[in-house]
Every structure is written in structure tokens, then in C-alpha cells.
Design a protein. Structure first.
Length: 263
């Protein structure tokens, strides 16, 4: 029944996209970030999202989890949080979701993904209430967009478009100055996830303890609030902000930081 529901949703979304011409020439043909993915031995797999957010964010986390679970490749499920929201330390095999007043540092949201080789082993998402408590960003549209986008990065997705003034693509993986129609994934996001996860691995990185046949564990945690700890700049957005950082931890371990900045 769930599979039928997913395909029906995707069919409806395709019809909507065709009818309103959502896709423009600015959409990325492929918007995965490299070959990074969660190792798993079967599809669909389940990724656990640790709920470290306050009640003000629960509805948006629920929406994001439900949205990404429409993918035929994966499900997300919300579990009790396992970290302090201020530090938001990573936990192996899961993604910890946090909100707090992280300060006037310029960013709305940060997604950090630890990898070994090309396999994701853990992740965190932070949303910054310093800005989300202001009239500009204290809206359902902005909260849905940022939560959806940061979790999308932890699945292996990049942005579809990084030009703020381009027409909205109808996806949270699109940079925009007006989030009204960019609050959820679109068909292109689900199609990309199917491509990313079309092959299977001989082990899984979805466990709290790393087994003998899986990559080495990644214990290094960094301060997501401090850009000096994010490592080298991999990419800048069209408006000049550093949108992706990479920090090499050695022995094939790295941490990537995706940043959503205030306009």
C-alpha cells in the first residue's frame, strides 16, 4: 500500500510540474554531491532522524520526514534526540536535528555530513533561531524550506539551482528569496535519490556501532557554529557566500558542511 501511495504521489507531482512548467533550464541535470551515500544492503532503507528540536519545530521536522519518505529508495523515521541542541554532536548511523539561538553568524541552517570514502556515516542539521525568531524568517515557508533542504543534503542531494533570482523550481533544494513554492521536494529530487541508491552495498553505515566489514568510525566532531572549523571552501553561491566546505580528517574521513545563509 505504501509503495502504491508513493508512486501515485510521484505521478501527481509529475502532472503538476508539466502543467505549470516548473522546471527551467537552470535545473541541474544531476544534483547529487559526488558519489556520497549511506551504505546499506537493501532498499528502501530507513534513516533515523534524532529529534533534538523544540515544540516550535516539531511540525516542520515531521513534514520533512514525511516528504523525504515518499522516495521509493528510502524512509526516514523520527526518534528521540541523542544530543544537546546547542552542541548538536553527531551520532553514528543517524542524523541529529537541532535548533537553538546560535547567534548572529549569518546562517539560517547548516547540514554537516561525515563520510568515510564515499559512504555517509553520520550527520547533523542545525537551524538558527537567532534569525527564525525575526519577522522575516519566522514563517512556515522559510522553516519548511530550510529544514527540508538541510535534511536533503544528509541524503546525498545537492541544490538544483543556486541563483536566488531565478524562478522557483518547486523544490526545497533550490535557492530562493521567496520560499512560497519551494517548501518540499519535487519529482526531480525523488528521481535523483533513486539514481544515488540504485546499487547496494555489502555492509551498512546505518548502525550506531560500526561492524568489521564496514568503514572505520568517524569520531571527530566539530563546532558547526564556527566557520573556522569547517575546512576549505569547496564552492561559493552566486551571491558570493561560501555554500559548501570540506574538512579532511585523515584516513579517508571527511566532514562536509552545507550552509544556508540569510539573504
Amino acid at each position: 500500500m505504501k509503495i502504491l501511495f508513493r508512486h501515485l504521489n510521484k505521478f501527481i507531482m509529475v502532472l503538476v510540474l508539466l502543467s505549470i512548467g516548473t522546471f527551467t533550464t537552470t535545473a541541474y541535470a544531476s544534483h547529487s554531491w559526488g558519489d556520497y551515500h549511506w551504505a546499506r544492503t537493501a532498499n528502501p532503507f530507513t534513516l533515523k532522524l534524532g529529534d533534538n528540536v523544540t515544540s516550535a519545530w516539531d511540525a516542520y521536522l515531521n513534514t520533512t520526514s514525511n516528504d523525504w519518505s515518499l522516495s521509493s529508495a528510502l524512509d526516514t523515521t523520527i526518534i528521540a534526540g541523542q544530543t544537546n541542541s546547542k552542541n548538536c554532536r553527531a551520532v553514528k548511523g543517524k542524523v541529529q536535528i537541532c535548533n537553538n539561538t546560535y547567534g548572529k553568524n549569518g546562517w539560517l541552517g547548516v547540514a554537516q555530513i561525515w563520510v568515510n570514502g564515499n559512504h555517509i556515516v553520520q550527520g547533523t542539521v542545525k537551524v538558527n533561531d537567532t534569525y527564525f525568531k525575526t519577522p522575516t524568517y519566522n514563517t512556515s515557508a522559510w522553516k519548511n524550506l530550510v529544514m527540508c533542504q538541510e535534511v536533503g543534503h544528509t541524503l546525498g542531494l545537492d541544490h538544483q539551482d543556486e541563483i536566488f533570482d531565478n524562478p522557483n523550481l518547486g523544490t526545497c533544494m533550490d535557492y530562493t528569496s521567496n520560499p512560497s513554492t519551494n517548501q518540499h521536494p519535487n519529482t526531480h529530487d525523488y528521481d535523483q535519490l533513486e539514481i544515488i541508491y540504485q546499487h547496494l552495498d555489502s555492509f551498512t553505515t546505518l548502525l550506531s556501532k560500526i561492524g568489521k566489514t564496514s568503514p572505520a568510525s568517524v569520531d571527530d566532531n566539530i563546532n558547526a557554529s564556527d566557520p573556522s572549523e569547517w575546512g576549505r571552501v569547496v564552492r561559493k553561491s552566486k551571491n558570493g557566500h561560501n555554500s559548501l566546505h570540506e574538512r579532511d580528517l585523515g584516513k579517508g574521513n571527511k566532514v562536509f558542511t552545507f550552509v544556508t545563509w540569510v539573504n
